[in-house]
Design a protein around this ligand. Structure first.
Ligand code: 5GP
Length: 211
């Protein structure tokens, strides 16, 4: 059996997840899963790199042919993780990272209990709203929808294995790598970020209370 890890990372959109992951793994050999989505590309997104941008018909065909590891709806669009590349990399001993929303994360955990579920919290919900507005790629309606979805997602952070907070990018990258390395080495350092740890539960409560 390969000891490679399947690492599932979720965060409310606008939380800096992409930046943390890119920095954390810039010099590491990991596989970043590329999802399929029926959402239209945003400015700057490249097909086959950011996502595979596909039609709903093609998405439905992939479901039918059992090509997804998991899939879910988010803001009226479909998103799914192609199964084969993830399995191939894990079999070769390469860790695989899935950046997916909560519903998909729980499906992965159910099918693969060894998967590590990690949630990235924003320090404040108001800060998150500001970041979404600053991005300037969406209408106000979409921003508000994403914001209310984000609140719902944070409530689910309790069900993740580990939670880190992105209040400082370098710290968040360090914390993220502590969890990943500790889980791989089974050295117990990840407990500081575990949802079995009361401090982490209080941290999640703090973000929700300060909405
Ligand atoms: P966005 O439209 O902002 O790129 O992504 C919206 C949400 O969909 C994010 O939370 C992102 O992590 C999630 N997502 C991206 N790919 C997948 C996927 O393959 N499966 C699931 N379940 N969620 C995904």
């Amino acid at each position: 059996m390969s000891s490679a890890k399947l690492i599932v990372v979720s965060a409310p959109s606008g939380c800096g997840k992409g930046t943390i992951l890119a920095k954390a793994f810039e010099n590491r050999d990991v596989y970043f899963s590329i999802s399929c989505t029926t959402r239209k590309p945003r400015k700057g997104e490249v097909d086959g790199k950011s996502y595979f941008f596909i039609s709903q018909e093609e998405f439905d065909r992939m479901i039918k042919d059992n090509e997804f590891l998991e899939y879910a709806k988010y803001n009226k669009n479909s998103y799914g993780t192609p199964k084969i590349p993830v399995f191939e990399h894990l079999a070769r001993g390469t860790d695989a990272i899935l950046e997916i929303e909560t519903e998909g994360a729980f499906k992965v955990k159910k099918a693969f209990p060894d998967a590590v579920l990690l949630f990235i919290l924003p320090p404040h919900l108001t800060d998150l709203l500001r970041r979404l507005q600053k991005r300037g790629t969406e209408t106000n309606e979409v921003i508000l929808e994403r914001f209310s979805h984000a609140q719902g997602e944070i409530k689910k952070a309790y069900r993740y294995d580990y939670v880190i907070m992105n209040d400082d990018l370098d710290e968040a990258v360090k914390d993220f790598l502590t969890v990943v390395d500790s889980v791989r080495n089974e050295d117990g350092r990840a407990y500081a970020f575990s949802t079995k740890n009361d401090e982490i539960v209080k941290m999640i409560e703090g973000v929700l209370i300060n909405a």
